[in-house]
Design a binder for this molecule. Structure first.
Ligand code: NAD
Length: 419
C-alpha cells in the first residue's frame, strides 16, 4: 500500500465504532464496510510527444440507499483503490448527514497532473469518463471535483458523456464552469462551509470568531476559501501551507495577498517577510483553530500529543486518524469532523444539480444563503445530538455525526427491504 495509514482501514474502524454505539447488527456492518461496486480501469493515453502512457483509475460506488452515488474524482500520484473506497464511504456519511438525496461515491486516477499538459489532461479525463460512462449518470452517479481536479475537468467529463449519450446531460457532474451550468458559489462552497462550521463552533466555545488565531494546512480550493472567509469574519490567519511548505506571520496574513503569490510563483512559501515553517510545524502551532485542508492522515498518533490547537475543523477528508483522535479527545481538543465541516461542497453540488434539472432558477445570492443556512443547521444538529444524547467525556463530535449519518442510511436500507 502507498499509505502507512490505510484510510480504508480507518474508515472501517469508524464504522465499527458507530455500529457499536447504535447497537446495530453485524450484517449491517457487512453491507456498509464494502462498496456496492468498485470499478477499476486502465487508460491508455497518447502523450503530446506521440508516446502512450497507461494510467490506472477507479470509481468506488459505496452505497445507494439514499439515492444516486455522489462524490468527487481525485487526480493524485499516490491514490489507490483503498483510498478511493474510504473516500466513497465518507461521502455516504456526509451526504446522509446533510440530509441530501444521495448515496456515496468517489473516483481517483493515479497521476501527477502537474506533469501533464492541458491537452494530455483533457485526453486522460475524457478517457476516464468514457470508460465509466455506463455506470455514471444524472440519476446513477454524479462526480464532482476533488484534489487536483476543477471545473475544467468537469467540463471535459460533461462533454465526453454528452457525446456518448447523444444529449446535453448537465446534471451528470457538478462543480462545472459557469458557462456549462455551474454556479459561482460552488467554487467557494467547501471553504465557505468550513468557515461557517468554524464560526458556529467559535460561537459555542468563545462567543464568536473575532481575534481567534487560525492556521490552515493546504492552500487549494478548500484551504484558501476557508482562510478567506475566516479572515473576513474577524479571525487572524497566522499560518498557511501547501505541498512545498508553510509560512508563519504572527501579526496575521491577508489570504488574498497569499493567493496572489501562490498564483504567481506556484507556492505560498514565496510570500515575502514570512517565517518559513514545515507542514509538520504548522500542525503543532499554538492556535485557537487548526484547519487541515490538504490530504488525509496528517494528524496521527505520532503528532497528536504535540497538537496545541484548541479546536480542529476538518476541511480535508480524513486528516485525523482514529488513534490520533482518541488522544485529542482525551486532551479536550474538539474536532469538527470532515463529514460535517467540509460538506459545503456537496451541499452546493446538490443545489447545482437541482438547478440543472430545472433549467436554471436560482440566483447566486439565494444559493449562498441556502448553503450557509444548511451548514448552520447541520452544525446545530450534530452539536445538539452530541451534547444531549452522548456522554461528551467519552464520545466526540465525530461519533455524533456518524451516529446521525449511519442511522439515516440504515433506515433507508430497511425501508427498501435490503435488511
Ligand atoms: P486542491 O487541489 O485545490 O488543493 C490541495 C492543496 O493541498 C494544495 O494547496 C496542495 O499544495 C496542498 N497539498 C497537497 N499535498 C500536500 C501535502 N502533502 N502537505 C501539505 N499540503 C499539501 O484540493 P481541494 O479541493 O482544496 O481539496 C483539499 C482537501 O479538501 C481534500 O482532502 C479534499 O478531499 C477535501 N475536500 C474538497 C472539496 C472540494 O469541493 N474541493 C470538498 C470536500 C472535501
Amino acid at each position: 500500500m502507498a499509505h502507512v495509514h490505510d484510510p480504508y482501514e480507518e474508515a472501517k474502524k469508524q464504522l465499527r465504532q458507530t455500529i457499536e454505539l447504535l447497537g446495530l447488527s453485524e450484517e449491517i456492518y457487512e453491507i456498509l464496510a464494502y462498496p456496492e461496486r468498485l470499478i477499476q480501469v486502465r487508460l491508455p493515453v497518447k502523450m503530446d510527444d506521440g508516446t502512450v502512457k497507461v494510467f490506472i483509475a477507479w470509481r468506488s460506488q459505496h452505497n445507494s440507499a439514499l439515492g444516486p452515488y455522489k462524490g468527487g474524482v481525485r487526480y493524485h500520484p499516490n491514490t489507490d483503490a483503498h483510498e478511493v473506497i474510504a473516500l466513497s464511504m465518507w461521502m455516504t456519511w456526509k451526504n446522509s448527514l446533510a440530509g441530501l438525496p444521495y448515496g456515496g461515491g468517489k473516483g481517483g486516477i493515479r497521476v501527477d497532473p502537474h506533469k501533464l499538459s492541458q491537452s494530455e489532461l483533457m485526453r486522460l479525463s475524457k478517457a476516464y469518463f468514457e470508460a465509466i460512462s455506463d455506470l455514471v449518470g444524472v440519476d446513477q452517479d454524479i462526480p464532482a471535483p476533488d484534489v487536483y481536479t476543477n471545473p475544467q475537468t468537469m467540463a471535459w467529463y460533461f462533454d465526453a458523456y454528452s457525446r456518448i449519450k447523444r444529449g446535453q446531460y448537465f446534471g451528470v457532474v457538478t462543480g462545472k464552469p459557469l458557462e456549462l451550468g455551474g454556479l459561482q458559489t460552488r467554487i467557494i462552497a467547501t471553504g465557505f462551509g468550513t468557515a461557517v462550521a468554524a464560526r458556529e463552533l467559535a460561537k459555542k466555545l468563545w462567543g464568536g470568531l473575532e481575534g481567534k488565531v487560525v492556521a490552515v494546512q493546504g492552500y487549494g480550493n478548500a484551504g484558501y476559501y476557508a482562510a478567506k472567509f475566516l479572515h473576513e469574519w474577524g479571525a487572524k490567519i497566522i499560518a498557511v501551507s501547501d505541498s512545498k511548505g508553510g509560512i508563519l506571520v504572527e501579526s496575521g496574513l491577508d489570504p488574498d495577498e497569499v493567493l496572489k503569490v501562490k498564483r504567481e510563483t506556484r507556492s505560498v512559501i514565496n510570500f515575502p517577510n514570512a517565517k518559513r515553517i514545515t507542514n509538520e510545524e504548522l500542525l503543532e502551532l499554538d492556535v485557537d483553530i487548526l484547519v487541515p485542508a490538504a490530504i488525509e492522515n496528517v494528524i496521527t498518533e505520532a503528532n497528536a500529543d504535540k497538537i496545541k490547537a484548541k479546536a480542529i475543523v476538518e476541511a480535508a477528508n480524513g486528516p485525523t486518524t482514529p488513534e490520533a483522535e482518541e488522544i485529542l479527545t482525551k486532551k479536550g481538543i474538539i474536532v469538527v469532523p470532515d463529514i460535517l465541516a467540509n460538506a459545503g461542497g456537496v451541499i452546493m453540488s446538490h443545489i447545482e444539480w437541482v438547478n440543472n434539472r430545472m433549467g436554471g432558477w436560482i440566483t447566486e445570492e439565494e444559493a449562498r444563503n441556502r448553503l450557509e443556512q444548511k451548514m448552520m443547521n447541520n452544525f446545530a444538529k450534530v452539536w445538539d445530538y452530541w451534547q444531549t444524547k452522548l456522554d461528551t467525556s467519552k464520545y466526540n463530535m465525530r461519533a455524533a455525526a456518524y451516529a446521525i449519518a449511519v442511522d439515516r442510511v440504515v433506515r433507508a436500507m430497511k425501508l427498501r427491504g435490503w435488511i
